[in-house]
Design a protein around this ligand. Structure first.
Ligand code: ATP
Length: 174
């Protein structure tokens, strides 16, 4: 069985002390780090680094989902700037029906408005173990998924083409 899933998420940009950062989360899930074959050591668990995203609710526009999920998963409020890209992948559910899933995630470029990163509900803490501001130039290396790394590159390109975006950004020191 093949099912489809549609999610939406955001690259939330924030300028602090003249540098651009984006909000990333560590979803509560670890994956084994590549270890050399025949190593006796147990595989090291490294945290996933991902963009905030989530399922598009019935009647919701993907950009609304992106803003809502950003708020729920990171604790910050943001404004919509533009659409960046759709990323697509397959995975197999390791629960319930075990279906193969074709997933499309629409990502939007968002600008930080207010709130404190990590200020999330206790329920959300179960899903998100950490949220932090990552320097934008590090994103294409630090994000765990290739699709999300491409999305972050798109954000950097947009910023280069629209340097005025920083003029309206909050430039705080923390
Ligand atoms: P959502 O955040 O949309 O509610 P979810 O947490 O239920 O979704 P995903 O984050 O899509 O589910 O994760 C489902 C599977 O897909 C996991 O095995 C995850 O490692 C993998 N996955 C997540 N994002 C990507 C991606 N960008 N590229 C490839 N695989 C991914």
């Amino acid at each position: 069985m093949l099912v489809r899933e549609f999610s939406a998420g955001g690259v939330v940009l924030r300028k602090m002390r003249g540098r651009w950062f984006l909000a990333v989360i560590e979803p509560h899930m670890t994956r084994p780090k590549k270890t050399p074959k025949r190593s006796n050591r147990p595989p090291k668990q490294t945290a996933l680094v991902a963009l905030p995203k989530g399922a598009i609710d019935k009647g919701e526009k993907p950009e609304q989902t992106a803003l809502r999920e950003v708020s729920e998963e990171t604790g910050v409020q943001a404004n919509l700037v533009t659409k960046l890209a759709d990323i697509k992948y397959y995975y197999v559910r390791n629960w319930g029906d075990g279906a193969r899933v074709f997933k499309i995630v629409s990502f939007y470029l968002l600008l930080y408005r207010s709130g404190r990163l990590g200020n999330i509900s206790p329920e959300m803490r179960i899903e998100v173990q950490n949220a932090y501001w990552l320097p934008l130039e590090d994103a294409s290396n630090a994000l765990s998924y290739a699709g999300e790394r491409e999305v972050a590159k798109g954000a950097l390109q947009y910023l280069k083409a629209h340097p005025e975006l920083g003029d309206h950004a909050t430039d705080t020191t923390h």
